[in-house]
Design a protein around this ligand. Structure first.
Ligand code: PGA
Length: 257
């Protein structure tokens, strides 16, 4: 008789530090605390995405992976002020956030996001593709925006790379409010299924349905458990609270159980 084997996927908890903190010594202090507080957790994949200038300097412990917060798709060239994805990789990044709404709002196009994704994938990085609507309407029109972002951002990405893709649904209206404006877990569960269906239609069920879908936007200690249980989130993308080691460790602890 065939045995049914269920593989428990590790929850993915990502700290997006954005343009914080303002000094290397603070970055090292926060990072060291998180590393120390999360060393015993085996059922969770923890990733910290510091500003690129700190990436190679905070340390490279076994229990935490590092990620970049965006990078340019060409490896070198006359692009003053930019940092390439391959430079981030050379500093230890294994993950790359792409398509964050704060960068989309500054004018980033889906075409540019698509180029960055393809470069990151070829370099072997895991891509955290952020998608999200600016307005949440009751009729579900916002789902069309999520679909369009997914299809444009992942256009012509070969199927073989989809095991390196993670999608984070971050409603723009939910970001940065310390739980006040967060989406609710039931709504996220619905959005997660919708995202998986779009991916399944794109590359087939076998591959599409296994892409992890994270929730992001005002996640804190209080609402994190509900997103991981009721919301069935495969993980969380956390901004502000990832800079507060005690709270971030509490969330990793919840995700591990
Ligand atoms: P927040 O940010 O947790 O501070 O809302 C999340 C994000 O923008 O990635």
């Amino acid at each position: 008789m065939n045995k049914l084997i269920t593989i428990k996927q590790k929850k993915i908890i990502i700290g997006n530090w954005k343009m914080n903190p303002d000094s290397l010594s603070d970055a090292k202090r926060i990072f060291t605390k998180i590393v120390a507080g999360s060393s015993k957790f085996k059922e969770v994949e923890t990733i910290i995405c510091p500003p690129s200038v700190f990436l190679g300097l905070v340390g490279k412990p076994k229990n935490i992976k590092l990620g970049g917060q965006d990078g340019f798709y060409e490896s070198t060239g006359p692009h003053t002020g930019l940092v390439s994805i391959s430079m981030l990789k050379s500093l230890g990044a294994e993950y790359l956030i792409v398509g964050h709404s704060e960068i989309r709002q500054a004018g980033e196009t889906d075409d540019l996001i698509n180029k960055k994704i393809k470069t990151g994938l070829k370099l072997g990085l895991k891509i955290v593709l952020c998608i999200g609507e600016e307005i949440h309407d009751e009729n579900g029109e916002y789902l069309k925006i999520l679909q369009s972002q997914l299809l444009q951002d992942l256009a012509l990405v070969p199927k073989k790379y989809f095991n390196q893709i993670i999608v984070a649904h971050e409603p723009v209206w939910a970001i940065g409010s310390l739980s006040k404006n967060a989406d609710n877990p039931e709504s996220f569960a619905h959005n997660r299924l919708f995202i998986k269906k779009v991916l399944a239609d794109l590359v087939g069920k076998k591959v599409g349905l296994t892409v992890p879908v994270l929730y992001g936007g005002s996640v804190g200690v209080k609402n994190s458990k509900d997103f991981l249980t009721t919301g069935e989130a495969d993980g969380l993308l956390i901004g502000r609270v990832s800079l507060i080691p005690d709270d971030f460790i509490k969330i990793i602890t919840l995700a591990n159980n």
